[in-house]
Write a protein that binds this ligand. Structure first.
Ligand SMILES: Cc1cc2nc3c(=O)[nH]c(=O)nc-3n(C[C@H](O)[C@H](O)[C@H](O)COP(=O)(O)O)c2cc1C
Length: 210
């Protein structure tokens, strides 16, 4: 699949079928993640891939315990928020049976003489995005999540992640139970400034013309 088609249809997929994902596909998407840039090519990131049903159950239940009522209480003022938060609610409920959970982790290793935490995230996020786009190209659904932070002690203990390794994000991966498709994003002419800044700062959340 053309990279532009993969990127432009790479919706957050929060509905995943419970069917297993072959190890060679997992290896392909994680290998694509390793191709991402990092400061000084330091590559201070690791991928904890979880398919063990008992470990997924423990992690899924720990996230659900904290997140289920939080997400249920979040306001859904429009269709976009309703679809997103309904999806998040579903994901939180089904995390324990999601086929694969991938934790993208990183340690402060750069600059080598005086490592800084800010560089951890600049290693983790490009890798996570490569993984997500590669999965899309293979027809696999993913969603970038950070709500694993609500269960971090349980995740660390269950997976034996060392204290000095940050857990940047958790990417549930599986065969999609919803369609990929066009993304709701601000268009080029709303975000680009040619040869210098023009116009006022936008307000947030973004608003769309259509
Ligand atoms: C840093 C970051 C953190 C995110 N955390 C969560 C999360 O905890 N739970 C969740 O359901 N989605 C999470 N998302 C997914 C975003 O909600 C999603 O990318 C955004 O709404 C766009 O969705 P779309 O690509 O389907 O349009 C996160 C995305 C990013 C980049």
């Amino acid at each position: 699949m053309d990279v532009f088609e993969a990127m432009s249809t790479c919706r957050a997929i929060r509905y995943l079928k419970p069917d297993p994902v072959d190890d060679d596909l997992i290896e392909q998407v994680v290998t694509a993640a390793t191709w991402a840039p990092s400061p000084g090519n330091s590559q201070g990131r690791d991928f904890v891939v979880v398919t063990n049903p008992e470990k997924k159950r423990v992690i899924g239940e720990a996230v659900e315990t904290v997140m289920a009522h939080r997400v249920a209480a979040m306001e859904r003022p429009d269709r976009m928020h309703r679809l997103m938060l309904d999806g998040t609610e579903h994901l939180v409920e089904t995390l324990k049976t999601c086929p694969v959970l991938i934790f993208v982790c990183g340690k402060a290793v750069y600059p080598y003489e005086s490592p800084r935490e800010s560089f951890v995230w600049s290693s983790i996020y490009p890798a996570a995005q490569n993984l997500i786009v590669a999965a899309r190209a293979l027809g696999l659904g993913t969603v970038f999540t950070t709500f694993q932070g609500t269960a971090e002690p349980v995740i660390r203990e269950t997976l034996g992640i060392p204290e000095d390794v940050h857990i940047g994000c958790m990417i549930p991966l599986g065969w999609p139970d919803r369609n990929f498709g066009p993304l709701k994003r601000l268009p080029y002419d709303k975000v680009v400034h040619r040869d210098g800044w023009q116009g006022d700062l936008r307000t947030y959340p973004p608003t769309y013309d259509d």
